[in-house]
Design a protein around this ligand. Structure first.
Ligand SMILES: *Cc1c(COP(=O)(O)O)cnc(C)c1O
Length: 417
């Protein structure tokens, strides 16, 4: 009996997959946490490794039949260690949030003090924000950014750490456009006797490609997602110094998770191989050049950039000087074929569900081969959309211009035209 394809067996899901491919191809995707993975990563992630249970670690599993999983996970680990220069790597965390929670489990008891960046300043939920388990089950103190410069004030971080004595100090962000001083964070951690976790989820691809300083020499443990600038499947990794290896592994399994997602491990291994190439280094550097070019273009269109610009892949801007809110603008941009997310800005007087700003990133457009000239065109569209937020006819006209423009830039992993 021949087996049905997805299209034959489930035309409804197959249709949605095709529609998503078309959508990702036609639009200009500027969501800072998104990307296009390669066909090779898609194939590995869609492989039969999804069929296999393998609780434990290579050589110490609780199920038989690990002849292929053990070498696969070992390959991913060795590639991660080599790429980032880490003593130890764990590639099993299901995603960035559980990876961070595993670090809490490895280093804290409930009620211990954790210190991370506040969500409205650009920190992640899992850095101790109150609605997160990390803010509910632990005593969380939060640092922010300076309201005028938009930057982390290391003197303020040090003063707070000295006053609150956290056991876990977290550096890293989800909406911060500048380089973080990892060495200064480590000095503070040492001064107060804290473990330093650097969460490099957003910038991992830039670090791998040599376009951003690495936190690995400074942090006791580094967490990262694998699906943002690193351009792998949805997943995460923990990298740490040898002295923490046992505690980290135990915290991931059996502490927090059951069986690893081996199909994701396969995709991570492929992505890590890709990330070790010269082509990936070129991509990482081009992401940063593109972010600068887009930032310059947006400033010229009258948008106010938080911190005045960017050092990485990410731009945070206040759109209220152009007479609208972040949400209204993001919705108009989406209609015009440009995808991004609305975001709070430092000291935002508005609510998170309708904040003052937008967050943009250049990883996905760079993966399509767009360069500085294309960033200038995109900035121009931002200006046109801002002038036409409620004018659906104009937005639809821009959308067809965008569609024509994107057609010239193939998407990795997508063959629809
Ligand atoms: C995206 C992100 C995460 C969480 O990743 P998920 O895979 O969405 O759980 C954690 N930390 C930072 C800084 C992030 O940007």
């Amino acid at each position: 009996m021949s087996e049905m394809t997805l299209l034959e067996g489930d035309p409804e899901v197959a249709g949605l997959v095709q529609a998503e491919e078309r959508r990702e191809f036609r639009k200009i995707r500027l969501i800072a946490s998104e990307n296009y993975v390669s066909r090779a990563v898609l194939q590995a992630t869609g492989s039969v490794f999804t069929n296999k249970y393998s609780e434990g670690y290579a050589g110490k599993r609780y199920y038989e039949g690990q002849q292929c999983v053990d070498p696969l996970e070992t390959l991913a680990i060795e590639r991660a260690k080599a790429l980032f220069g880490a003593d130890h790597a764990n590639v099993q965390p299901y995603s960035g949030s559980p990876a961070n929670l595993a670090v809490y489990f490895a280093t804290l008891k409930p009620g211990d003090t954790v210190m991370g960046m506040a969500l409205p300043s650009g920190g992640h939920l899992t850095h101790g924000w109150k609605v997160s388990i990390t803010g509910a089950f632990f005593r969380s103190v939060q640092y922010g950014v300076d309201g005028t410069t938009g930057r982390i004030d290391m003197d303020a971080v040090r003063a707070l750490a000295l006053a609150e004595r956290p056991k876990l100090l977290i550096a890293g962000a989800t909406a911060y456009p500048r380089i973080i001083d990892f060495a200064a964070f480590r000095a503070i951690a040492d001064e107060v006797g804290a473990t330093l976790l650097v969460d490099m989820a957003h910038i991992a691809g830039l670090v791998a490609g040599g376009a951003h300083p690495s936190p690995v020499p400074h942090a006791h443990v580094v967490s990262t997602t694998t699906h943002k600038t690193l351009r792998g499947p949805r997943g995460a990794m923990l990298l740490c110094q040898a002295s923490m290896a046992k505690d980290i592994d135990k915290a991931v399994f059996p502490g927090l998770q059951g069986g690893p997602h081996n199909h994701t491990t396969a995709g991570i291994a492929v992505a890590l191989k890709e990330a070790s190439t010269q082509a990936f280094g070129n991509y990482a550097h081009q992401i940063v050049r593109n972010a600068r070019a887009l930032a310059d273009g947006l400033a010229a269109e009258g948008f106010k950039l938080v911190s005045g610009g960017t050092d990485n892949h990410l731009i945070l801007m206040d759109v209220t000087p152009r007479g609208m809110t972040g949400k209204a603008f993001a919705q108009a941009l989406d209609r015009a074929g440009l995808e991004c997310n609305y975001n709070t800005v430092p000291d935002d007087p508005r609510k998170p569900f309708d904040p003052s700003g937008l967050r943009l990133g250049t990883a996905a457009v760079t993966s399509r081969g767009m360069n500085e000239a294309e960033m200038a065109r995109i900035a121009g569209w931002f200006g046109r959309v801002a002038d036409a937020v409620n004018d659906t006819e104009t937005l639809d006209r821009i959308s067809s211009d965008v569609c024509e423009f994107t057609a010239a830039f193939p998407c990795p992993g997508i063959s629809v035209q």
